[in-house]
Design a protein around this ligand. Structure first.
Ligand SMILES: [Zn+2]
Ligand SMILES: [Zn+2]
Length: 338
């Protein structure tokens, strides 16, 4: 049976031959996967009696994306299941009225882009949980990172157009394939940018993310105006170890950081003349008011070792999460833990 929830989501339920709810399923909009499969499954054995003839499942199993373990139709799916067991279930046992906190009632979802010039023609585009960095070359602009969603990236693109008028954004450098870092890949593809990414991300991006699958719940630009170039394949530059953007005036060196436990297929971007290294998730600088990290993480050490091995000379570390920090400060943190 199916019902429509919030006037928008068709939720369907599968009821088995014992009259037990076996599965509920719907689609939700997702910036990376589009109309995304969302389902919960329950086994008969997990049902308990909670009185008044009502039976309720104490265990569940959930998927976001198709449960496609064999990757027959999608690269991503099947790896994102989780489940759980509820120890104590009581019917209609509600603890009085819940007051919505003022901060939640006042919450605003405005997209804010704050700009900070890191060096001549190098801008940190912040104001969000995830930064992007714009680097101006002679004839074009390269942007590092397209996080979150289309709205965020359109606001960043507007700001880049203001900072470097009449220069196309020719390259989008993608650090890694975690979903919060790739919600704007389709946006940049649609404005004609080439996506620079590690080659191990290519199959996932071409099959699951930058595809022609219809997006009906929250259509983005690619879904509304699908460009024929999407099927051409030349919107990618895949990196194995090293990649350079260099127009004789400015250079950006992109390199593959490995091995990592955080993710496979991670790139960092280095501006040699400016002594700037841009990285995601290998070091997050603390939020304002939070104390600095007291111990280096495994990811911190991997980043540090990568920089030493390649002999990069860095003054400023520019994280995608948080504010830039001096390299010497970061190096002190890593060396202290050795
Ligand atoms: Zn990540
Ligand atoms: Zn991150």
């Amino acid at each position: 049976m199916s019902i429509t929830v919030l006037g928008r989501y068709r939720v369907d339920a599968t009821i088995n031959s014992e009259n037990m709810l076996q599965r509920i399923h719907t689609w939700v909009p997702d910036p990376v996967l589009g109309d995304m499969n969302y389902e919960h499954e329950f086994t008969n054995a997990s049902y308990i009696d909670i009185g008044n003839g009502i039976r309720f499942p104490t265990g569940w199993h959930q998927h976001e994306g198709w449960d496609d373990n064999y990757q027959a139709q999608s690269v991503n799916a099947g790896h994102n299941a989780f489940g759980g067991t509820l120890a104590d279930i009581r019917a209609n046992d509600c603890a009085g009225d819940i007051t919505v906190p003022a901060s939640v009632r006042r919450a605003s979802f405005e997209v804010e882009v704050t700009t900070r010039e890191l060096s001549d023609g190098v801008w940190l585009l912040g104001g969000s949980s995830h930064n992007s960095v714009a680097v101006e070359f002679d004839n074009y602009v390269a942007v590092v990172e397209a996080p979150l969603n289309e709205r965020r990236n359109l606001a960043v693109i507007d700001e880049v157009a203001r900072l470097a008028p009449n220069k196309p954004i020719r390259f989008l450098v993608n650090t890694h394939q975690h979903h919060d870092h790739i919600g704007g890949l389709r946006t940049y593809m649609h404005i004609g940018a080439t996506i620079i990414t590690h080659w191990k991300n290519y199959d996932f991006y071409t099959k699951d993310v930058l595809n022609y699958a219809p997006r009906t719940l929250d259509p983005d630009m690619v879904a509304l105006w699908p460009p024929t170039e999407l099927a051409e394949g030349y919107q990618y530059e895949t990196v194995r170890e090293n990649y350079w953007l260099n127009d004789g005036e400015r250079a950006m060196h992109i390199s593959y950081v490995h091995p990592l436990t955080h993710v496979e297929g991670m790139l960092v971007a280095y501006l040699p003349a400016e002594g700037i290294l841009i990285e995601a998730d290998l070091f997050d600088s603390p939020a304002p008011g939070d104390p600095p990290a007291s111990r280096a993480t495994a990811a911190n050490r991997s980043l540090f070792n990568h920089v030493e091995r390649l002999g990069l000379e860095i003054e400023t570390l520019v994280p995608i999460h948080g504010s830039p920090v001096g390299w010497s400060e970061f190096a002190r943190l890593v060396r202290a833990g050795r």
